[in-house]
Design a protein around this ligand. Structure first.
Ligand code: COI
Length: 355
């Protein structure tokens, strides 16, 4: 199947739905997967088979190259249910674009739009009843791709699997978080893979995050590899600050180009705030907290949505941020996005992709 050929998707429905096992009033993040998954196979330059099958284990070879050399990328997207039952996916086109940028950096094939977006649409038509409707809940969508060649030579795999699994979720963080500024370990360097959403970027965060947890912080705040002077992102989301009258977010190819971050910066601009995407030094942040110019700080991501930051630890000292109720920008964004994603207000930016 070439990129221009129409892709047909075979469907094998489950014989036994697990939907009745889900407590929609008490959803945890990423624990119960929906009934079906989309699986697409790539071999020797072509996407050869795309199917929607019951969610379940997959067979893999012990010499699978993704396990040894890490060609493995993913995305995080959310789907929502409106009061009238309509299912909508939030900006999946942006995740598709980013996915293919990650793929290119890791020498993996691009996934065509009719498999990524068309396949996702079909999957959600089938698992429509898994999309939760309560405010604060969503269907988390996890597209991922990994190298499947069974060979130990270090070379790009000739075969890949692209899979989409989904799960109903509640909040990733249920309360404001504390961050420790990381000044020893590094997430990404210039010319590396920081902008790509590859599995290794998360593996490398686990040990430093555990150290931060042991010191009583929820997450780490990454800083630049060269000097550990400039803020990059948090372990699971981008970072946005309100300093003076400006909405500011760190910028560059060592950080993930988040869809939520881009959405919030676009809204800020639209609402007349001065917006800056630039280097933000840790010193600027700490000085700003001390003199009251930093009035808001939050993590922004698909899973995290908007998670307020209440405390930042730097060089053994803790810095408290202003009360959550006083943060009018981030609270307004959160409210606006909630209204938009559940179809309660007009979608003037065309961000809701209706299934
Ligand atoms: C997301 O926000 O979708 C992510 O991928 C972060 C995740 C590792 C929980």
């Amino acid at each position: 199947m070439s990129a221009t050929e129409k892709i047909s998707i075979r469907v094998e429905p489950t014989q036994q739905s697990r939907l009745s096992q889900v407590d929609f009033n008490n959803l945890k993040f990423g624990q119960i997967m929906s009934d079906h998954m989309l699986v697409a196979e790539y071999n020797n330059g072509k996407w050869i088979d795309v199917s929607i099958v019951p969610y379940g284990d997959i067979n893999i070879s012990p010499s699978l190259s993704a396990l040894h050399y890490g060609q493995s990328i993913f995305e995080g997207i959310k789907g929502y249910k409106f009061a009238d039952g309509t299912v909508s996916i939030f900006r999946p086109d942006k995740n598709w674009e980013r996915f293919n940028k990650s793929a290119a950096r890791l020498q993996m094939p691009e996934v065509p739009e009719d498999i990524f977006i068309g396949g996702l649409k079909k999957l959600l038509e089938i698992d429509n009843s898994w999309v939760p409707s309560l405010e604060g809940t969503a269907l988390y969508i996890r597209p991922f791709m990994f190298a499947t060649e069974a060979a130990l030579g270090v070379h790009p795999s000739i075969s890949y699997k692209f899979i989409i699994i989904t799960c109903p979720v509640g909040a990733y963080y249920s309360k404001p978080i504390s961050l420790k500024v990381e000044t020893h370990y590094t997430r990404a360097a210039e010319g590396g893979v920081g902008f790509s959403k590859n599995a290794g970027n998360y593996a490398l965060s686990l040990y430093p995050t555990q150290l931060a947890n042991d010191e009583g912080y929820d997450q780490i705040m990454w800083t630049d590899a060269a000097e550990h002077k400039y803020i990059e992102e948090a372990g699971t989301a981008n970072l946005i600050f309100r300093i003076g009258d400006k909405i500011i977010t760190p910028h560059g190819d060592t950080i993930l180009h988040g869809v939520t971050r881009r959405t919030i910066m676009q809204l800020a601009e639209e609402w007349g705030y001065e917006v800056e995407q630039r280097k933000v030094s840790v010193q600027e942040l700490i000085d700003g907290i001390k003199d009251g110019r930093v009035t808001e700080a939050f993590a922004a991501g698909t899973a995290a949505t908007i998670t307020h930051i209440d405390r930042i630890g730097y060089e053994g000292q803790d810095y408290k941020l202003p009360a959550i109720e006083s943060r009018d920008f981030s609270n307004k964004v959160l409210e606006y996005l909630n209204q938009l994603r559940y179809g309660k207000i007009e979608d003037s930016f065309g961000w809701n992709y209706i299934v």
